[in-house]
Design a protein around this ligand. Structure first.
Ligand SMILES: [Zn+2]
Ligand SMILES: [Zn+2]
Length: 411
């Protein structure tokens, strides 16, 4: 038996009818090609097992040795949390909290939440507080960066491999497995399954016509729970409480403000040292571009390319692309095309990879401590650079893609 369900495309607001999908099948919006629904898995036991395995791997990654650094017989071993706690100990509070939150705490919370909701779904009944858990799960997802942290660790190891013996501890391998598992869980687990199963839409649901935008029919689609409802006067989803995006003018103002702050911070982030190395009493500061030049000079040009793209090209390109989109929306230029939506999606996907350099600084600071013949500490640019990454991510979230899509006819 086949039964179509209505979906509102989160990118362009198009109302689509989607038939029942088999496992592995994917439905795309006919207007902008954004993926709007995936088929299966229909059993939740697999997600339950994956999230439990992820939690166990995370616990092992925290509990065992992560990396060891040995130079001329003087060694130092760190654990995973040291990448953040050493920064906190050295009063780099913002950096320390950012590193711990994005690599351990937020992914851990997400895993625990996914486990709890999968348990409710597998038992076919809600558990105490599970609806509240479902509300805070979706906002966490963009801030989980275990995969970016892995790349940051690899870059750090290549930077210091000529200086000392670096040994990978058991926690390094469990953390890699955990990061891969996180990717599998986020692509497999859908909080909307919970809402559909336990909080039926009932008479809250509107039935807009497919083949037009929801906004043109006085409706809205909730990104968090998938409900389509009549949007007159309401600023939040009546089922899950997820807030609708603010009015267009306010969103543009907020995006401009975030981009302006990021642009200002880009200057100290690039002109001041991001890291300082103290060796035999001499301090050698290194800017981002200085680090890239050094890697090229020492023959590590692939790493130089990664850092150059992630730390210099991506933040500037992201600010440029978002500013360009804002300008088009602000001036009402009629040439806005759906190609602009692709530009927007690129800014959303690439932004988090700029965190590589911050993770490199965190790992090297933890690994190379003052009790050896040299020490590494974050430079004044590190906090500015991390703020640039955060502000541009918030700017991309603030500029709702439906603003761009609304300027494209038909509605
Ligand atoms: Zn679409
Ligand atoms: Zn909702």
């Amino acid at each position: 038996m086949s039964q179509a369900t209505s979906h509102v495309c989160p990118t362009c607001d198009w109302v689509c009818e989607v038939p029942n999908l088999s496992a592995g099948e994917r439905a795309r919006c006919p207007r902008c090609a954004h993926s709007i629904a995936r088929g299966g898995p229909r059993t939740h036991a697999g997600t339950l097992a994956l999230s439990l395995t992820g939690l166990i791997l995370l616990a092992l990654s925290i509990g065992f040795d992560f990396l060891s650094f040995d130079v001329q017989g003087r060694g130092h071993t760190i654990r995973l949390l040291d990448a953040g706690t050493v920064l906190l100990d050295q009063t780099y509070l913002f950096l320390g909290i950012l590193v711990l939150a994005t690599t351990v705490f937020l992914p851990g919370l997400y895993l625990a939440g996914a486990f709890y909701l999968s348990l409710a779904l597998a038992r076919d009944r809600p558990l105490p507080g599970s609806t509240a858990v479902c509300r805070w799960l979706a906002p966490i997802e963009p801030w989980m960066m275990s995969d970016v942290f892995i790349v940051g660790i690899l870059v750090s190891l290549i930077k210091i491999v000529t200086l000392a013996n670096v040994m990978l501890g058991p926690a390094f391998y469990t953390f890699c497995a955990y990061a891969i598992l996180m990717l599998a869980i986020t692509s497999r687990f859908h909080p909307t399954d919970y809402w559909h199963r336990f909080v039926p839409a009932g008479n809250l649901a509107a039935r807009p016509q497919a083949g037009r935008t929801a906004a043109a029919q006085g409706c809205a689609g909730c990104h968090a729970c998938g409900l389509i409802f009549t949007a007159s006067g309401t600023r939040a989803c009546p089922r899950c409480g997820h807030r609708l995006p603010a009015a267009a003018g306010l969103r543009l103002q907020r995006t401009w403000a975030l981009l302006a702050a990021a642009s200002v911070l880009l200057l100290p982030a690039n002109l001041m040292p991001i890291m300082a190395t103290v060796s035999l009493g001499y301090t050698t500061p290194a800017t981002i571009i200085g680090g890239v030049v050094h890697m090229v000079e020492t023959g590590s040009w692939p790493i130089a390319l990664i850092i150059f793209v992630a730390s210099i090209v991506v933040p500037i390109a992201k600010i440029g692309m978002l500013g360009w989109l804002c300008l088009k929306l602000q001036t009402g230029r009629p040439a806005t095309r759906l190609g602009d939506l692709r530009v927007y999606r690129v800014t959303e996907v690439i932004g988090r990879w700029s965190m590589i350099d911050i993770f490199v600084v965190a790992v090297l600071t933890a690994l190379i401590q003052a009790d050896q013949y040299m020490a590494v500490s974050p430079g004044p640019a590190a906090a500015s650079f991390a703020a640039v990454v955060l502000l541009t991510m918030l700017a991309a979230q603030s500029l709702d893609p439906r603003l761009i899509a609304q300027r494209h006819t038909p509605t």
